[in-house]
Design a protein around this ligand. Structure first.
Ligand code: CA2
Length: 150
């Protein structure tokens, strides 16, 4: 059996509430739906997906550190930590393979505090504003980046 290369999908605070509230902004799908969609897309590219969700900054940082040992890429929707967490910025900066920043909504079209991402400078690219479709687009972006570097 071939061992698929693994992507780490990181979900930040409050994303565990998806599907329960704010459907006008974030849609009615749950986080589990988004993860399933990303995993299916990964399979299409002979990749596998591991997912971690936490409401705690330190746990997200530990997961990124751990991924240095095994992940071929990170896809991260850091939730509101996107706009505040220099600690997540530094953890991602220490991770060499591709990083794709992901958002369901388009933060640039929302409140001013969402216009800055402190993670974007250490990401290869950003996918935002496409709702759940973004999860498959992010995996496709990773697959193409890996192809280009092989
Ligand atoms: O659009 C995105 O994916 C965001 O990363 C979602 C974050 C937000 O803080 C970012 O600016 C953009 C919010 C995470 C989900 O928050 C919920 C709050 C209540 C109910 C459901 C989800």
């Amino acid at each position: 059996m071939s061992e698929h290369r693994q992507i780490l999908l990181v979900s930040g605070p409050n994303l565990d509430l998806l599907g329960e509230r704010e459907p006008a902004i974030y849609g009615s799908e749950t986080l589990a739906d988004h993860v399933a969609r990303a995993a299916k897309e990964a399979e299409r590219h002979d990749l596998a997906l591991r997912h971690v969700q936490s409401n705690h900054e330190g746990e997200l940082i530990e997961a990124i550190h751990d991924a240095r040992g095994w992940a071929v890429a990170i896809i991260i929707n850091a939730g509101a930590f996107t706009h505040t967490s220099w600690a997540l910025h530094d953890a991602l900066a220490a991770f060499d393979p591709p990083v794709v920043e992901l958002h369901l909504s388009n933060p640039a079209a929302r409140e001013p505090f969402r216009h800055t991402s402190v993670i974007a400078p250490v990401a290869d690219g950003v996918i935002a504003g496409f709702g759940g479709l973004g999860y498959s687009l992010a995996v496709e972006a990773v697959a193409r980046l890996l192809e280009a570097s092989s």
